[in-house]
Design a protein around this ligand. Structure first.
Ligand SMILES: N[C@@H](CCC(=O)N[C@@H](CS)C(=O)NCC(=O)O)C(=O)O
Length: 212
C-alpha cells in the first residue's frame, strides 16, 4: 500500500500512528506541502482535492485521514486490536462521534489559528484566538473521564487523531498547563508506542523549517 503524506500534516501522522499499532508496512511517498507538491497535476490524479493524506491500495484510492484509519483497521485489525475501534455498538459510536466532531469543528478551530501564528503573517484576531481557546476548553471539559485517553485508559482511533492535532500546537508553543485533562492526555500520549511513528522525521522537518 502506498501512503502519500507529509510529516508536518497532523492528518497524515494520525494514519502513521494507526499503521504502527496495526503493524502495517506502508510504502511512504512524501508530498511536500512546503514545495506545493499537493497541487501538481500528477498528484491530483490520485487526490483531486489536492490534500494529504491519500492511501493507494492496488487500484483502490482513498482520501480523508479518518476514513483511511478505519479502512486500515477494518483490513488489518486483529482481535487484539479491538480496543482501537471497539466492536461494541455504543463504544464505537462514541469514537465516531469524536472523529466527526474533529473533522467538522475541532480541527478547523485549531488549525485555522495554528496557520496564522505559524506562518507569522499577521496577529490572530481576538475572535480567532477565542475560537481556538474555546475549542481547547470544550475538549478539556467534555471529554476524558479521569482517564488518560478520550474514552478510557487505552487509546482509540479518536486518540490518534487528537494526539496528532495537539502535537501540531507544540510548534506554536501552546501552553496546555491550564487544561488539566489535556495535559494528562499528552503525558500519556508521549509514553505510548503509537506516538513513536514518524517522530524523528517530524522533529527534523520542523527544525529545518524553523531555521529557514
Ligand atoms: N479532511 C481531510 C483534510 C486534509 C487536509 O486538509 N490536509 C492538509 C494538511 S493537514 C493539506 O493537504 N493541506 C494542503 C493544502 O490545503 O494545500 C483529511 O482529514 O484528510
Amino acid at each position: 500500500m502506498e501512503f502519500y503524506y507529509f510529516i508536518l500534516s497532523p492528518l497524515s501522522r494520525s494514519v502513521l500512528f494507526t499503521a504502527k499499532i496495526l503493524d502495517i508496512k506502508l510504502n511512504l511517498k512524501v508530498v511536500s506541502l512546503l514545495k506545493g507538491e499537493q497541487k501538481s497535476e500528477e498528484y491530483a490524479k490520485i487526490n483531486p482535492h489536492s490534500k494529504v493524506p491519500t492511501l493507494v491500495d492496488g487500484d483502490f484510492v482513498l482520501s480523508e485521514s479518518r476514513a483511511i484509519m478505519i479502512y486500515l483497521f477494518n483490513k488489518h485489525g486483529k482481535s487484539k486490536d479491538d480496543y482501537l475501534y471497539p466492536k461494541d455498538l455504543k463504544k464505537r459510536a462514541k469514537v465516531d462521534q469524536f472523529l466527526y466532531y474533529s473533522a467538522s469543528s475541532f480541527v478547523s478551530a485549531l488549525l485555522g489559528y495554528f496557520r496564522i501564528v505559524f506562518t507569522g503573517q499577521r496577529q490572530p484576531t481576538e475572535e480567532e484566538k477565542s475560537k481556538f481557546e474555546g475549542a481547547l476548553a470544550d475538549l478539556d471539559r467534555i471529554y476524558f473521564q479521569n482517564s488518560n485517553f478520550l474514552f478510557g485508559d487505552k487509546p482509540t482511533l479518536a486518540d490518534f487523531d487528537l494526539a496528532a492535532t495537539l502535537q501540531q500546537m507544540e510548534l506554536i508553543k501552546v501552553d496546555f498547563s491550564k487544561y488539566p485533562r489535556i495535559s494528562k492526555f499528552l503525558n500519556a500520549v508521549k509514553k505510548s508506542e503509537f506516538f513513536k511513528a514518524g517522530q524523528q522525521e517530524f522533529k527534523q522537518t520542523a527544525e529545518a523549517l524553523q531555521k529557514r
